[in-house]
Design a protein around this ligand. Sequence first.
Ligand SMILES: O=C(O)C[C@H](O)C(=O)O
Ligand code: SF4
Length: 510
Amino acid sequence: MQQFQQSIYDLIVETSTNLPADVRQAIQSAQEREDAGTRSAISLSTIADNIDMAECNVSPICQDTGMPTFVIHCPVGANQIVMKKQILEAVAKATKDSKLRSNSVDSLTGANSGDNLGPGTPVIHFEQWEQDEIEVKLILKGGGCENKNIQYSLPTELEGLGKAGRDLDGIRKCILHAVYQAQGQGCSAGFIGVGIGGDRTSGYELAKQQLFRRVDDENPIEDLRKLEDYILETANQLGIGTMGFGGQVSLLGCKVGVMNRLPASFFVSVAYNCWAFRRQGVLLDPNTGGIKEWVYPNGNTVSMKKEAAASSETSERREVVLQTPVTEEQIRQLRVGDVVIINGPMYTGRDALHKYLMDHDAPVDLNGAAIYHCGPVMAKDESGEWHVKAAGPTTSSREEPYQGTIIKKFGIRMVIGKGGMGAKTLAALQDHGAVYLNAIGGAAQYYAQCFKKVSGVDFMEFGTPEAMWHLQTEGFAAIVTMDSHGNSLHAEVDKNSLEKLAQFKEPVFA
Ligand SMILES: O=C(O)C[C@H](O)C(=O)O
Ligand code: SF4
C-alpha cells in the first residue's frame, strides 16, 4: 500500500481541478439550450473557459474546495486506521500546494486550522465490500451550495405550490420548491440529489449519496425515473438561469433515492450542488494502493465549447470601464444589465470582515472603493510575495445584515459578489449611490487572472479566506444586478420564478 497516499493526493488534485466528462456534457447541453448573447449564455461561456483554465493550470475550478468527503469501499481486513492517517496527510499536502483552500474553521473561535484538518474535517466514510480492490470516491461540495440544501417534513405547505402530502406528488412539489428556493445563490445551474425517507440525518446522507451517481445514469425504480425526468424538465421552466440571471436552464441533473422511514416521519431531503460539481473516484490495487482506474469518465475527453455567435441583445448591452476609486456620479449612471470592467485597487471582504467593520475603523480608505465578497486561494512564493490562485465570488446574502451600514459608514461605491442581496442593501445603494455587481460564481480561475498584484493584506488572523486582500485589478468584468435607482434583477427573477412555480400546483403523480 506504499502508493495509497499518493493516489489519494492525485484524486484530490483531479477532483478539485478537472470536472469529469459527464458534468462537462451537462454544462455543454445547457450552453446549447441558452440563446446566444443572453446573460446566461455569456456566463456559461465564462464557466466553460474557467473549466478549461482550471484543467490547464491544475488549479481549483472554484476557490471554495468545500468539505472534502471521502466514501471508501474496502475488502475485509484492509487497515482503515492506516488509510485514514494517509488520507489526512494527503489532504494537508493538497492544501499546502494550493489545490484545496484552507476550509476548516473552529466553529467557536473562528480560527482556521490552515490545513483542512480538524474535528469533523475531512469527512471519511468506510464501508466493507466483497471485491478485492479499494474504491475511494471524493466529493468537494462548496459551502454556498451546501447552504441551499433543504429538508422538508411532509405534510407541509409550500410557497407557490400549496399543500404537499405524504405521496409522490408531495415529493414532486418539495423538489421543485428546492430548486426555486436556491435561486442563483448556489451557483445555478445546479445538480440535485434527493433522499426520500430515513430520519433527518440519514435522509440528508441519502441525498448526498445520489450526487455520486453518474449524470447520465437511469434510475432502476420506474416511479423515481419518471420523477427525475419530470423534475429536470419542469425545473428548467422556472426561468432562474445561470447564476439566477434568468434563462432556460436552471437544473442540470436530478437523482432521487429512497429508503424506509418511521411511521411518524416523512422527510424529503435535497442536496443542492453548484455547476462546479466536483466529484471523482479511483479504484486502487489492494496491494500497492496504486490507481487502477478512474471511476468517472475523465474531463479531458470533453473539451468545453466557447460562446456561440452573439445576438442583437449583446450589442444593446452597455459596457462601462471604471477605474477605482469611483465617484457617485459614475455610479448613478449605471443600470441593471450593464457590464462593468473594473481596473485599479479592489479589496476582498467577507463574513469576518463585515462583522468587524460594523464597530471598528477600516485599515484602508474605502471611500469610492470596490469590495469583493471573496475568499481566495492564495500562495506565497519563495520571495515572500503572495499570488492569487483562485478567486471567484462568495454568496453575498450572508452580508445582508451589515452591508447597508458599511456602505454608508465607509463610502463604498461597488459591492461585488454573487446571488444578490436584499431590500436593506438595495435601499442603501439608492441612498448613498452605490451598485451591486454579480460576478460569475465558481469562475475562480477566470477572476484570478484579473488580479495582477497583491499589494497588501490585513486581518490574516481571520484565516486566508476571511482576510482583507488588497488586489491590483485589471479587466475584472461583472454585471450590475442591483443599481442605485432601486432596481434589482434578483428580486425580479425571484418574483417571476415564483409565479412560474405556481403553475405546477396541480397534481401530476396522482
Ligand atoms: O466560500 C466561498 O468562497 C464560496 C461559497 O462556496 C459560496 O458559494 O458562497
Ligand atoms: S462559489 Fe459557487 S461554484 Fe463555488 S462552491 Fe460556492 S456554490 Fe459552488
